[in-house]
Write a protein that binds this ligand. Structure first.
Ligand code: 6PG
Length: 254
C-alpha cells in the first residue's frame, strides 16, 4: 500500500523549495544505492517553479547531474520548440541551465504521429530499463500535476488511456475542454504505480475543489475514482505538495 504524505506550502515559491528538497532527497536515495537517479518530469505550468529552483543553488550543487536520467510523464503532440511542448518548458526552466548530458534526456517525440511517438517512447523505456514484455520500469520519482478534472499526465477521466493495462505508453486524444486540445502521448497508470515515489505539485485556488475531491472524498467505487485517485504505487510513496490556496478546502489532518 502506498504511503501518502501531504505537504502544505505557504505560496508557490515555498512550494517550489519544498518540492526541490524532496527531489534532492529522492536523488540521494538513488545515489546511495550506487544508481543513477531516474525520474519523469510533469508538463503544464505548475512544475516550472520547481524546475527553476533545481537549476539554481542550493539544489543545483546538491545534485550529481551526470548520475541522472530524465524522462517525461507525457507530451503534447506538437514539435519540441512549440510553446505548448512540455519538453520546451523543461528545457527553458531546467535542462538548458544544468550540466546534464544531452544523452540522458529522453523526450517524447511530439513532432511525430501520436501512435508512432508512443511506440518509440515505449521502446526507449523497454530498452533503457532492459524490460521483458511483461515488466514495468521503476522510476525513482515521477512528478505529476493535477488537472481540474482530476487528470494526471494525459490520463483523463473516462478516456480509454486511463484503463490501459498492457502498454507502458499510449497515444490519446485530449477531451475537448483540455488545453491545449491536441493529441497526447502519456505514461500509463501501471507505470505510474510502479514508481518508487510520486510527487504531485498543485498550486492555486482554482485547484482547491479538485484537491478536496481527490484527497478528501474517498471514492465510492472503482468506476468513480478520478485518475489522480488511481495513482497508488504498490511499493512507493506519494507526496502531495500543495500551496495553501490549493489546500484551502482540505480538512485538518488529511
Ligand atoms: C500536461 C500535464 C498535465 C498537467 C495538468 C496540470 O501535459 O498538461 O501533464 O497533466 O500536469 O494539466 O497543469 P497545470 O500545472 O498547468 O495546472
Amino acid at each position: 500500500m502506498s504511503a501518502r504524505q501531504v505537504v502544505i506550502a505557504r505560496d508557490p515559491e515555498d512550494l517550489a523549495h519544498q518540492a526541490a528538497r524532496r527531489f534532492v532527497a529522492a536523488a540521494r536515495r538513488a545515489y546511495a544505492k550506487g544508481k543513477r537517479f531516474t525520474f519523469a518530469l510533469a508538463g503544464g505550468s505548475t512544475p516550472a517553479g520547481l524546475y527553476r529552483a533545481l537549476a539554481q543553488n542550493p539544489y543545483r550543487e546538491q545534485l550529481v547531474w551526470y548520475r541522472m536520467e530524465v524522462f517525461f510523464g507525457d507530451e503534447r503532440c506538437v514539435p519540441p520548440d512549440h510553446p505548448d511542448s512540455n519538453y520546451r518548458m523543461a528545457l527553458e526552466t531546467l535542462l538548458d541551465h544544468v550540466p546534464l548530458p544531452e544523452d540522458r534526456v529522453y523526450r517524447i517525440s511530439g513532432e511525430r504521429s501520436p501512435e508512432e511517438a508512443a511506440d518509440i517512447y515505449q521502446g526507449i523505456l523497454r530498452g533503457h530499463f532492459r524490460l521483458g514484455s511483461a515488466h514495468l520500469p521503476h522510476f525513482d520519482l515521477i512528478i505529476l500535476g493535477l488537472g481540474e478534472d482530476g487528470h494526471v499526465a494525459s490520463l483523463f477521466p473516462g478516456m480509454p488511456a486511463l484503463d490501459e493495462a498492457r502498454h507502458l505508453v499510449v497515444a490519446t486524444p485530449a477531451p475537448p475542454y483540455a488545453r491545449p486540445a491536441v493529441p497526447r502521448v502519456t505514461l500509463t497508470l501501471p507505470v505510474l504505480n510502479a514508481a518508487r515515489e510520486i510527487m504531485f505539485l498543485v498550486e492555486g485556488a482554482r485547484k482547491a475543489d479538485i484537491v478536496r475531491r481527490v484527497l478528501g472524498e474517498p471514492p465510492t467505487g472503482e468506476a468513480e475514482r478520478l485518475p489522480a485517485q488511481r495513482v497508488l504505487p504498490k511499493a512507493g510513496r506519494v507526496v502531495w505538495c500543495l500551496d495553501q490556496a490549493a489546500a484551502a478546502q482540505l480538512q485538518e489532518g488529511i
